[in-house]
Design a protein around this ligand. Structure first.
Ligand code: CIR
Length: 252
């Protein structure tokens, strides 16, 4: 899919107070902003116009905009984030999205956009600590009338499905060892990455290029075989917040 726009939100000074399981110390705010700007520059260089939302000091995870909405060619689902502390973020995403898509708000269950991987008209949704069966059912009820199908993928590890699995286009998946053998992915060409490199599984395709985190040479070598331009981005501060490159934008 060719993206013309992406919604991003600059991290707030409070970002170090967000949820995280990573035990790698507090993010450095100046470095966070530098890494965020490099991320935005990569999008612009790939022809994507950015819609930049104001910082949300009251929501330290508010820059992970991917979790509060799922945007398709026809509509945008407004999710019910699994972490109660993040639920208030939806109010500030609905208005900017309404200018571009009709909105389908979820009213039941829990679901984070980071658990939703779209491949054409099919959604693979992680059943995770953030997304439950009721959330997946509520999501399916919203998207099925538009011709989309849904498959739940139980997760044993990882925050979100897209922490361990991403679709790079042309039937190619980047997937960790743990999930590579799942029968749902039999029909795909799978690039399997070691558990030690899991963070780089969160590699994001944008308009024929790949955005991937710095520090994972084994993954860089594997994706080089796809013959797509690769933008290696320092994401160390977002890693400390349990966030990756996909979480920082909503593309459409
Ligand atoms: C959280 O725990 O909700 C944030 N600190 C990280 C969210 C990352 N989002 C994503 O992977 N889609």
């Amino acid at each position: 899919m060719h993206f013309t726009k992406a919604i991003v939100r600059c991290p707030a000074a409070s970002c170090g107070a967000g949820l995280t399981t990573a035990q790698s110390g507090a993010p450095d705010y100046a470095r966070t902003l530098t890494q965020f700007q490099a991320y935005c520059d990569a999008f612009r260089s790939l022809g994507v116009e950015l819609i930049e939302l104001p910082t949300l000091d009251a929501f330290p995870d508010g820059h992970f905009v991917e979790d509060v909405a799922v945007v398709t060619a026809e509509f945008a689902v407004i999710t019910r984030p699994g972490a109660p502390a993040r639920r208030g973020e939806i109010d500030s995403i609905a208005t900017p999205l309404a200018a571009h898509r009709s909105l389908l708000p979820m009213h039941d269950g829990r679901l984070d956009g980071g658990d939703v991987m779209q491949v054409d008209k099919r959604f693979y949704i992680g059943l995770s600590g953030r997304t439950d069966a009721a959330g997946i059912a509520a999501f399916e009820a919203l998207v099925a009338p538009h011709g989309y199908t849904v498959e739940a993928i139980p997760l044993e590890a990882g925050l979100h499905l897209k922490s361990v699995l991403n679709y790079l286009g042309d039937d190619v998946l980047l997937v960790t060892e743990a999930l590579a053998g799942h029968r749902a992915f039999d029909g795909f060409r799978r690039i399997v990455i070691d558990t030690a490199d899991e963070y780089a599984c969160n590699t994001l395709p944008v308009n024929g290029a790949l955005l991937t985190p710095a520090g994972y040479p084994r993954v860089h070598e594997k994706i080089a075989a796809l013959d797509m331009p690769v933008h290696v981005l320092d994401a160390s501060e977002f890693h400390k917040m349990d966030g990756g490159l996909t979480c920082l934008s909503l593309r459409f």
